[in-house]
Design a protein around this ligand. Structure first.
Ligand SMILES: Nc1ncnc2c1ncn2[C@@H]1O[C@H](COP(=O)(O)OP(=O)(O)O)[C@@H](O)[C@H]1O
Ligand SMILES: N[C@@H](CCC(=O)OP(=O)(O)O)C(=O)O
Length: 503
């Protein structure tokens, strides 16, 4: 067995394994699934013996709490779930400690909320703690800190938490162990004709080919959809992501071996005649999501996935074009800003959005390709000049008060126009429409007062100034920032921008 999962290229892998509630407690009796748990403990200890570093993301606090209180089903209220998680988490970690302790393997409990890592310093502290634990040979066991998580700060599901953890520690693999052995075209628990998906290179493409709408167990959170989101986050950070069954945790060795063999040309990707020596390994059932060949840099991954955007910065086409290029360094000039939605502080994450004319407002589908290219070039040049002042943009004097740039309380709070993108806007008032096939979001509520345009999120970044300040310097040259604000910490209004929807 050990030879089957020799560390790739002679170097050990960092492996995150996530176990869902449906694999930890029985769906109806809520009794712990001891054979699954013991099998996983043996697997993790063997992986450790082979030199791999392993982090376990364990759901199950609420499930264990249900058993402890002999309750039949999950309470509906947030406080009810939080209370059960508080009851169950202690017993859950005690169970893991007991099982790992039988094999002499020390563990550590790591409870995280999104709030814990939405500050760069706290994020780096969490990374350092993981590094320290792994270098001590400990297996960190991660769960969301449900008892203190509220909707604004929660990861919401452990699939996402495991993906963020994988990206934080630059894992090589994320294994999402669940009660089905793969992603299928439709829910295999409901549709016997469902077909297994073996390998995914583009999650955007696969989304249009599979249905993930039905949930599985009564205990799980999010079903397959949250696993796709997790795969998207992890693969973007360069982590190979695998969905497979928790019933046979030792399959992890076979999956590692199979994929290592595939990389080195020793296994055939599809079932068929055995390759010339050594023999092609049989493909263990699983879905493998290939990592991005150009993973996001650490800070950008942090900005894109771990932070709740606190508001939106609307940019013009020129800025969008430039930001989409690597050479831009992900830095946004005030010249490219057309407006701001929501209230945010300097240092907070923001969405980058563009205005899009609704299809109905584009007569004849717009101009010719040549005219569009010319227009795009003109916009890029205007933006790069550091910004000609946009016609109609009021240039405020240096002593202009904050109040003068805020005409209503909504300008300050952003509550009338900011849609909740599953993120941190405190007062979501407009329903969000997601377009999963393109992985972007249209802010239905973000209509400009004077034009019938929609806002579309195209990326994320970190604000260098607060929302009121960016409102005051929008459209201006960088050299004018100090004049208007009385100081200029940076010539860029937003940094670490990741553009996910190209122009
Ligand atoms: N296309 C699909 N392929 C596989 N499983 C699916 C699909 N769509 C929905 N599911 C359901 O997702 C469930 C796994 O998600 P979930 O219950 O949240 O598990 P966990 O508790 O392990 O996170 C499966 O039991 C299955 O019923
Ligand atoms: N943090 C929760 C689990 C939330 C969750 O994502 O559950 P699951 O979909 O079963 O992985 C708990 O410990 O009960």
């Amino acid at each position: 067995m050990k030879s089957m999962a020799r560390p790739r290229h002679g170097s050990p892998n960092t492996i995150v394994i996530k176990l869902g509630t449906s694999s930890i407690v029985h769906e109806t009796t809520h009794q712990p699934l001891l054979s699954t748990l013991s099998g996983l403990v043996e697997t993790v200890v063997q992986l450790r013996e082979l030199g791999h570093k392993v982090v376990l993301v364990s759901s199950g606090a609420i499930g264990v709490g249900l058993k402890r209180m002999e309750m039949a089903s999950k309470p509906k209220s947030l406080s009810g779930k939080q209370a059960l998680a508080a009851i169950g988490q202690g017993r859950l970690i005690a169970l893991w400690d007991n099982l790992f302790g039988q094999l002499g393997q020390p563990i550590a409990q790591v409870l995280l909320t999104r709030g814990d890592i939405s500050d760069r310093t706290r994020y780096l502290n969490a990374v350092n703690t993981f590094k320290e634990l792994l270098s001590l040979g400990v297996v960190p066991i991660v769960n969301e800190n449900d008892t203190v998580s509220v909707s604004e700060i929660k990861f919401g599901d452990n699939d996402t938490l495991s993906a963020i953890t994988s990206s934080m520690i630059h894992a090589d693999y994320l294994f999402l162990l669940t009660d089905v052995d793969s992603l299928y075209t439709t829910n295999p628990r409901k549709d016997p004709t469902a077909k297994r998906i073996e390998e995914v290179s583009s999650i955007a493409t696969i989304r249009s080919q599979v249905s993930t709408t039905t949930l599985g167990s009564n205990l799980g959170t999010g079903g397959m959809e949250t696993k796709l989101i997790a795969a998207e986050i992890a693969t973007a950070a360069g982590v190979t992501t695998v969905i497979t069954s928790s019933k046979d945790p030792k399959a992890i060795f076979r999956i590692l071996e199979y994929n290592n063999a595939l990389r080195s040309g020793r296994a055939s990707p599809a079932p068929g005649p055995a390759a010339d020596p050594p023999r092609a390994a049989e493909r263990p059932p699983h879905t493998l999501f290939k990592p991005s060949p150009t993973p996001l840099r650490d800070l950008k991954a942090w900005t894109s996935h771990t932070l709740h955007p606190a508001g939106t910065v609307i940019v013009d086409g020129g800025a969008h074009h430039v930001l989409a290029r690597r050479e831009s360094g992900g830095r946004l000039l005030a010249a490219g800003v057309r407006g701001v939605r929501g209230a945010f502080a300097s240092g907070q994450a923001v969405r980058i959005a563009v205005r899009r004319a609704p299809a109905s407002a584009a007569p004849g589908g717009g101009g010719s390709d040549a005219a569009d290219a010319h227009e795009a070039e003109r916009a890029r040049e205007a933006y790069l000049r550091g910004g000609e002042t946009q016609p109609g943009t009021p240039v405020l004097p240096a002593d202009a008060s904050l109040a003068s740039s805020i005409s209503t309380i909504d300008d300050l709070l952003g509550s009338s126009v900011v849609a909740d993108l599953g993120g941190g806007d405190t007062t979501p008032s407009v329903p969000t429409k997601t377009l999963p096939e393109e992985d972007h979001v249209v802010l239905d509520g973000g209509r400009d007062e004077s034009e019938d345009w929609e806002l579309e999120e195209v990326g994320r970044g970190l604000a260098n100034y607060n929302s009121a300040q960016i409102t005051r310097v929008k459209g201006l040259k960088s050299s004018q920032i100090a004049q208007v604000l009385g100081y200029a910490d940076s010539e860029y209004v937003v940094e670490n921008v990741t553009i996910r929807v190209p122009p």
